[in-house]
Design a binder for this molecule. Structure first.
Ligand code: HEM
Length: 320
């Protein structure tokens, strides 16, 4: 009976591979590289033990990879004007962690595990490292051949976006408004730099010098952190003022206190279409469970299969 099930799975996998069908699955490497997930996790943890700041970068990397073309590791490619050299990716971090995970998995199963899948596993493992709840990650993405800085600038939503623009941007990828609010909860960890906050603090618009949607005391604090006329990208501010190093639901509490760092954060509480979801996610248990589900959806917004992609040997360059 057990053998029968196993044989059935193998036949199914082979048929899917031959047909080139999109086939994201849990336990994707169960037969082709049984230790892939644990080897990747060990490599990720080893790198994060050296620099835990990169955990937030790896969670963000999943978003930046999937929103530009599809989830195909195009964000990792080196070259003139590739995505990673777009301004919007200037602070994206964690590339060396992906390299280390790839080297570890190549050592046991050469040419089997894609870089796009490694991004998905590393985002999950980073969340767990920051005390978030584990979820099952699907595998089966192929790595793409192209990468364009212009596409990254065009496709990634900027921090000035309000609710309508965010809803539209996520809907274009088949993600719901609710999933957008849940995924934004990843701003419970990590930082933003002053250049992105300054427009809310100084000369905001004709009526208001400072964005009135920011709690006044918090705005004064931010002005001390980010002085006027120093549009500094090296000064960074935590996005979650309550528990910045821990992956939890306090981001939503921060929004209720009018302390969302970006317009794209605060709008989620200020807009009637998303406020209810924010209120419901203040519950940490619910947020943790929903976040994993939403990350599975994000990591499946588009997948290359068959000859549309390849399994790169090195994540920073296409195979020759
Ligand atoms: C909803 C639209 C979103 C906007 C407008 C946005 C914007 C930003 C911005 C401007 C930063 C600061 C980067 C810097 O200072 O250079 C940031 C950081 C971050 N974002 Fe988002 N983001 C969004 C959604 C997401 C999603 C969906 C994820 C992941 C699922 C994510 C994960 C992160 C993380 C973890 C950081 C911290 C990075 C670090 O500290 O290295 N963001 N985001």
């Amino acid at each position: 009976m057990m053998m029968g099930q196993r044989l059935k799975s193998l036949i199914l996998i082979t048929l899917m591979a031959l047909s080139g069908a999109h086939s994201l699955r849990d336990n994707y490497y169960k037969y082709s590289c049984p230790n892939a997930e644990s080897v990747i996790q060990t490599a990720v943890n080893t790198e994060l033990d050296k620099n835990l700041k990169l955990a937030a970068g790896l969670i963000r990397m999943q978003f930046h990879d999937c929103f530009v073309e599809v989830c195909d590791a195009s964000v990792l490619l080196e070259g003139p004007d590739t995505e990673k050299y777009a301004d919007v990716n200037a602070k994206l971090a964690g590339y060396e962690v992906v390299d280390a995970a790839k080297a570890a998995v190549e050592a046991i199963c050469p040419g089997v595990v894609s870089c796009a899948d490694i991004i998905a596993y590393a985002a999950r493992d980073s969340t767990v490292k920051l005390n978030g709840l584990r979820w099952e990650v699907q595998g089966g993405r192929k790595d793409g051949f192209h990468s364009s800085a212009a596409n990254a600038e065009a496709d990634l939503p900027p921090p000035e976006f309000g609710a309508s623009q965010l809803i539209e941007s996520f809907a274009k990828r088949g993600l719901s408004t609710r999933q957008m609010v849940i995924l934004s909860g990843s701003h419970t960890v990590g930082v933003g730099d002053c250049s992105k906050i300054a427009p809310r603090l100084y000369n905001f618009n004709d009526q208001h010098f400072t964005d009135p949607s920011i709690d006044p005391a918090y705005a004064e604090q931010l002005k001390k952190d980010c002085p006027q006329n120093t549009w500094n990208t090296t000064i960074e501010v935590f996005m979650d003022t309550i528990t910045p190093g821990s992956f939890d639901s306090s981001y939503y509490e921060v929004l209720k206190q009018k302390k969302g760092l970006f317009t794209s954060d605060q709008t989620l509480f200020d807009d009637a279409r998303t406020r209810g979801t924010v209120n419901s996610l203040v519950n940490n248990g619910r947020f943790q469970k929903k976040f994993g589900e939403a990350m599975r959806a994000l990591a499946a917004v588009g997948v290359k299969s068959g000859s549309q992609g390849e399994i790169r040997k090195y994540c920073r360059s296409v195979n020759y």
